[in-house]
Design a protein around this ligand. Structure first.
Ligand SMILES: Cc1cc2nc3c(=O)[nH]c(=O)nc-3n(C[C@H](O)[C@H](O)[C@H](O)COP(=O)(O)O)c2cc1C
Length: 368
């Protein structure tokens, strides 16, 4: 129904309006009595159970919604009810901000891709937290934090700490976004000394919060695909050294692989969807080579179906996230991927996804 009816309708609208419409309709739908049951019954129905344990959390399945769609955490519950194993809300910034001027979102339909330069439009952390508090969610919620555009890079640490303190009681894990291409110089925070300073501060805060709240919330760092092998090795060393709980690989890319001849390729911003797939999988593979399973990897970039998800898991990802495929495939995308993975696990003669992936990884990584 989505592909034949809703998507053509949605694609009549301006791209950003379309994304906002999804979030608004979901929010309004949840005011109706029985909405939750209906969503679970219609879309989340028969979601296979492929539980995975990552960062000390038990995810009902490995397919999560990536950051950026539910930026203000208004519709988290709806996405959980659709069958996503986890929803990453945000990026949220400490203070409200409008983001970059419009137009800032482009669809490349034939390439099943999106280019965006949103620049963290956010209601700010206070309202974000109120939005989350209002709802009983009953699923795993990651909260992705960033810095305000006007905050100088030298003071970025303060912004991340402010956001972290505010969201800590409401997050199952916190994702530290140092990889958006749309906030000037943000990605400099992925580099050596800057990253180490930030990670040390966030880790100290995590220890402090754990003591006062008697509750440990894992920290994940989200990285860009536009980094070389030395940078990947350096990130792996730092996250291991500072006991970061996971790496999310990757954000959108500033490269234009395979779409150089497209008119829209000249638009500035991050490219996501199918053209990003191989690039992000390669980052995951290299990262896994260094991390050797000591720090889990959340794989994201161009995943549309079970084969894509499986490829990233064999490369080293423990969990998967999708964004662009949600726009092209609709709300049943998580369920379809999960059912495909379930078939793959059964065909390989396993009952647990993690066992099947470990077996497949051994073969692949031994061959290399
Ligand atoms: C319109 C749009 C907005 C996004 N906003 C954010 C964001 O605020 N924070 C973030 O960490 N990633 C953001 N992302 C990146 C996605 O979370 C994801 O890493 C990327 O799109 C690759 O996955 P995909 O190919 O499945 O879309 C955004 C992506 C898109 C398309």
């Amino acid at each position: 129904m989505y592909r034949n009816l809703l998507r053509p309708l949605l694609f009549l609208f301006d791209e950003e309006f379309g994304h906002k419409l999804i979030i608004t309709l979901l929010r309004l739908f949840y005011f109706l009595p029985g909405a939750r049951l209906l969503m679970r019954g219609l879309i989340g129905r028969r979601s296979a159970q492929l539980p995975v344990e990552v960062m000390g959390l038990r995810f009902p399945n490995p397919i999560g919604l990536a950051a950026g769609l539910d930026k203000d955490a208004t519709s988290v519950r709806a996405f959980i009810d659709m069958g996503f194993g986890c929803v990453e809300a945000g990026t949220v910034t400490p203070e409200p901000q409008t983001g970059n001027p419009s137009k800032r979102l482009y669809r490349l339909k034939d390439q099943r891709a999106i280019i965006n330069r949103m620049g963290f439009p956010s209601v700010g952390v206070k309202r974000f937290v109120r939005n989350l508090q209002r709802r009983t969610i009953g699923g795993i919620v990651g909260i992705n934090i960033g810095k305000n555009r006007t905050t100088p890079l030298k003071q970025a640490k303060k912004d991340y700490l402010t956001a972290m303190r505010a969201v800590y009681p409401y997050a199952d894990y916190i994702a530290v976004n140092v990889s958006s291409p749309n906030t000037p110089h943000l990605r400099d925070l992925q580099k050596g000394a800057a990253l180490e300073t930030l990670l040390v501060a966030l880790k100290d805060e995590q220890i402090m919060q754990t003591k006062t709240r008697r509750h440990y919330v894992p920290l994940a760092v989200k990285i860009a695909p536009d980094i070389d092998d030395d940078a990947i090795a350096a990130i792996a060393t730092l996250v291991t050294k500072h006991k970061i709980d996971a790496v999310i690989a990757t954000n959108s890319t500033v490269q234009r692989p395979g779409i150089e001849d497209q008119l829209l390729a000249a638009e500035g911003g991050g490219l996501s969807g199918q053209p990003l797939k191989t690039l992000s999988t390669e980052v995951i593979r290299k990262l896994y080579h260094h991390l050797k399973g000591q720090v889990p990897i959340i794989g994201v970039g161009g995943v549309e179906n079970a084969a894509d998800a499986w490829e990233k898991m064999v490369a080293g990802a423990d969990l998967i996230q999708v964004y662009t495929a949600f726009i092209y495939e609709g709300p049943a995308v998580a369920r379809r991927i999960i059912r495909g993975l379930e078939r793959q696990v059964r065909a390989a003669g396993f009952t647990s996804l993690q066992e099947a992936v470990n077996k497949a990884r051994t073969g692949v990584h031994l061959m290399r």
